[in-house]
Ligand binder design. Structure first.
Ligand SMILES: Nc1ncnc2c1ncn2[C@@H]1O[C@H](COP(=O)(O)OP(=O)(O)OP(=O)(O)O)[C@@H](O)[C@H]1O
Ligand SMILES: [Mg+2]
Length: 397
């Protein structure tokens, strides 16, 4: 019985017969974005939700976040409804498109999101500084995020998703817009988060981007699960063997080939040279250039981050984990153990609106003086932020 309970408490997400149908104005079915999904995510797993464009990944993610209501089926996150406030407190979310106040600096952005989770000013500063360091944006912390490149916007989005020390991170296309170095860093970061006991759900249509970080993948097509399992289960080609050796001397190779020919049909084996992936080659080239201190503006921040996150010795991992630990606050292994420091997000609509109003007023004042941006630009950003946070303020979709 106890074992059964342990097993159950270990399940972070459970979806049974999950369906999401979008309807048009006349309530006629428009698209069955998600069609009868059954899956589970366990504590500490990194799950890849893969599928081509329009296969239902983002729709699934939005249901997990309580931003969309399932049309049918049962969905629990941490054993509760995705709309439960206690559930939201435990989740960090990187949206497919980052909705940021473009006039806030990187530092202010993190400070703002920290305030939504009721973190003290001291805690906000500590976490913001460390997160900026972690995602390689320390040098740009005082620049407005509206000026950021796509990759930089993705990075600040990732930092924002981690500000509340979530137990479950949901990252929708985290590598989109990142260069190969940035992709590597995101993968390393996911790896570190996993080591810290976090559960990560990551979506992508770029398979190689997340292949080496996922424990399990779920492959969607047309809103249905077409395959799911560990990478070994899915990718091992049955009925074949591969032997990799140092380069063989010609006479040794001849002997091996003689044995193979004597035992196998001529065309049923092949000899080739293993090659590295393009990603490995690219990173090798960049790392060498960095080692030689070749001047490049673009790679500067990436270089810092690669140094911080990419290498894998035990001691370095330990040091990074300690930094993550200090960033994340007290260890939060079990869902039931509530961390006193991280108070449930006080994202009551009133506070959110006050914050938004304040920002709106400040912005309007700025606009008047600078006369640079039309007012509707800002209200759209404001609406997007409201939309994004609508899950936190528990509004209906
Ligand atoms: N709000 C909506 N109204 C109507 N249809 C929608 C809505 N959101 C999604 N869809 C439809 O649901 C299907 C799945 O969309 P979804 O955004 O979940 O795909 P995705 O797998 O995330 O794709 P991508 O890789 O392009 O991000 C698509 O056919 C899409 O047009
Ligand atoms: Mg999507």
């Amino acid at each position: 019985m106890a074992e059964e309970n342990d097993l159950r408490s270990n399940i972070i997400v459970s979806a049974v017969g999950l369906v999401k149908e979008f309807r048009d104005f006349w309530n006629k079915p428009k698209a069955k974005a998600v069609n009868d999904l059954d899956f589970e995510v366990r504590e500490g797993e990194v799950i890849g939700l893969l599928g081509p464009n329009g296969s239902g990944k983002s729709t699934t993610v939005k249901m997990l976040l309580g931003l969309l209501y399932p049309t049918a089926g049962r969905l629990t996150v941490f054993g509760k409804s995705p709309r439960d406030v206690d559930t939201k407190r435990l989740i960090g979310y990187l949206p497919e498109e980052s909705y940021m106040y473009k006039y806030l600096t990187a530092y202010e952005t993190l400070d703002f999101f920290g305030s939504l989770f009721n973190l003290s000013a001291l805690e906000r500063r500590k976490r913001a500084e460390q997160l900026l360091e972690m995602v390689g944006l320390s040098h740009a912390k005082n620049r407005p995020v509206g000026e950021f490149s796509k990759g930089m916007t993705r990075r600040i989005g990732l930092a924002q998703a981690m500000i509340n020390d979530p137990s479950l991170l949901i990252l929708d296309e985290p590598t989109s817009g990142l260069d190969p170095l940035g992709c590597r860093e995101v993968k390393d970061l996911i790896h570190l988060l996993k080591k810290r006991g976090k559960t990560v759900i990551v979506t992508s249509h770029l398979l190689s981007d997340i292949e080496d970080v996922c424990d399990r993948v779920i492959i969607l097509y047309g809103g249905k699960i077409r395959a799911q399992g560990t990478l070994n289960e899915l990718l091992t080609i049955e009925g074949t063997d591969r032997i990799t050796t140092p380069q063989l001397k010609p006479e040794v190779m001849e002997k091996v080939l003689d044995i193979l020919r004597a035992n196998l049909a001529d065309d049923s084996f092949r000899v080739d040279h293993p090659r590295m992936s393009l990603e490995e080659f690219f990173l090798d080239v960049v790392n060498k250039a960095q080692a030689e201190s070749v001047e490049t503006y673009g790679a500067r921040s990436g270089g810092q981050i690669a140094d911080y996150l990419s290498h894998g010795s035990e001691e370095e991992d330990q040091a990074r984990m300690e930094l993550l630990q200090s960033l994340a606050g007290p260890e939060e292994k079990k869902v039931e153990e509530k961390t006193p420091e991280v108070v449930a997000p006080v994202v009551d609509a009133a506070k959110l609106e006050t914050l938004s109003d304040d920002m709106l007023k400040t912005k309007k004042a700025e606009e008047k003086s600078a006369d640079s941006k039309p007012a509707e630009d800002y209200s759209e950003a404001n609406k997007k932020l409201q939309d994004m946070l609508s899950g936190l303020s528990d509004k209906k979709d």
